[in-house]
Design a protein around this ligand. Structure first.
Ligand code: ZN
Length: 82
């Protein structure tokens, strides 16, 4: 065990929840990928077999709720006034 540094990295893969930006073991997050080019929405990819950029969501219900809006509004789209 290495002590002294609180920023020590855990020996398992860690990913960041796209909503709360907390870091979790990858196994605790659900990976989502964009459904298709130009299409709103992210598809869950629990087996991590789909290509594309992964969006990781933690198990927090509040994050799941926000994630619905997140996935429905891809940042790439223009003209997203409200
Ligand atoms: Zn989260």
């Amino acid at each position: 065990m290495t002590r002294g540094k609180s920023q020590a990295r855990p020996p398992w893969p860690v990913r960041m929840c796209v909503i709360c930006r907390e870091r979790f073991p990858k196994s605790e997050l659900v990976r989502h990928v964009a459904a298709a080019e130009g299409e709103a929405g992210l598809a869950p990819d629990p087996r991590a077999v789909l290509p594309g950029r992964g969006h990781y969501l933690c198990a927090n219900p509040a994050c799941a709720e926000k994630f619905l809006k997140y996935s429905g509004r891809p940042r790439r789209r223009r003209g997203g006034s409200r």
